[in-house]
Design a protein around this ligand. Structure first.
Ligand code: SAM
Length: 285
């Protein structure tokens, strides 16, 4: 299997790369191999790749997996992968499918072993993909994902920094997030305007744990509701949404030694968890 030279293959397929699908293909085999090797799966691993493209990464993943499922939403590229790249690879399945509609949990139940998820993500759907992986975390043993550098910085951010946001808190609650390596625009065709970074997401058992993760998500979203506003203007103002009076919400914050004049983005993950656990205790059933 030779490494695909994107301009040559796209020309042969009569396919123009689609910006709307985030089609920026890896140009160099060593970078694709590096990304595939970052996954480090056990021998019997089942790997799911998000966005197979021309198969730059898929071909190295196929060497490492007992079973590889490639999701690719573009029918031309999915057909190319299925018929030309993996026609003689029984361990590889190509599905022409939108990842956002893929049921990771059902697939996990079917194959019976936790999934290793990877991909050079189509950047415009990074947030929905991450929220989906959070929702379906029980299906995963790890994920190694290439994202836009700026998004990576947000996902790794600490409380108080301007990059710290809703997705940071919720992702870090569910996964230990580590930065692996960065790639500049010259590594892709067509050349994107942004830098990229590869992250590892390892599912974690959070401590303290939220008694109600949906309520945690609501609490975080309410606290960040309007950036730069203090908790007085976000959480306290929204107390009725949680079935509480403003006075009760202020009381909870005070009990937890959280000054209501702080901004939501200064709260640590543990403080968000404790706060949502208190809300869970006293909200009306
Ligand atoms: N893996 C290839 C590589 O590294 O060269 C391609 C990566 S490219 C950044 C993203 C790929 O995801 C494209 O092939 C694109 O068609 C595909 N894609 C875009 N949206 C998708 C979706 N919702 N579900 C599945 N694949 C998608």
């Amino acid at each position: 299997m030779s490494f695909p030279h994107p301009p040559t293959i796209l020309k042969r397929l009569g396919h123009r790369s689609k910006k709307s699908l985030g089609q920026h293909f890896l140009l160099y085999p060593h970078q694709a191999r590096r990304l595939a090797e970052a996954l480090d799966p056990p021998e019997d691993a089942v790997i799911v790749e998000i966005g197979g493209g021309l198969g730059a990464l898929s071909r190295y993943l196929a060497e490492r997996a007992s079973s590889l499922l490639v999701l690719e939403t573009d029918p031309t590229l999915a057909a190319f992968l299925e018929k030309e790249v993996f026609a003689h690879h029984p361990q590889v399945t190509v599905l022409c499918q939108d990842v956002l509609l893929f049921d990771f949990l059902a697939f996990y139940r079917k194959v019976g072993s936790p999934l290793q998820v990877t991909g050079n993500l189509p950047y415009q759907i990074t947030s929905p993909v991450l929220f989906k992986l959070i929702e379906e975390k029980a299906a995963l043993s790890q994920a190694v994902l290439m994202v836009q550098q700026e998004v990576g910085t947000r996902l790794l951010a600490s409380p108080g920094s301007k990059e710290y946001g809703i997705l940071t808190v919720l992702l870090q609650y569910h996964f230990a997030v580590t930065r692996l390596f960065s790639l500049g625009p010259a590594n892709f065709y067509p050349t994107p305007r942004v830098d990229s970074v590869v992250l590892r997401l390892a599912p974690r058992q959070p401590e303290p744990a939220a008694v109600d993760v949906k309520l945690l998500a609501r609490t975080v979203k309410a606290a960040f509701g309007m950036r730069r506003k203090t908790l007085k203007n976000t959480l306290v103002a929204k107390a009725p949404d949680f079935g509480l009076t403003k006075e009760q919400m202020r009381g909870i914050l005070t009990d937890l030694e959280i000054d209501p004049s702080r901004r939501g983005e200064t709260l640590t993950l543990a403080q968000f968890v404790l706060l949502s656990n208190r809300l869970a205790q006293i909200r009306p059933r």
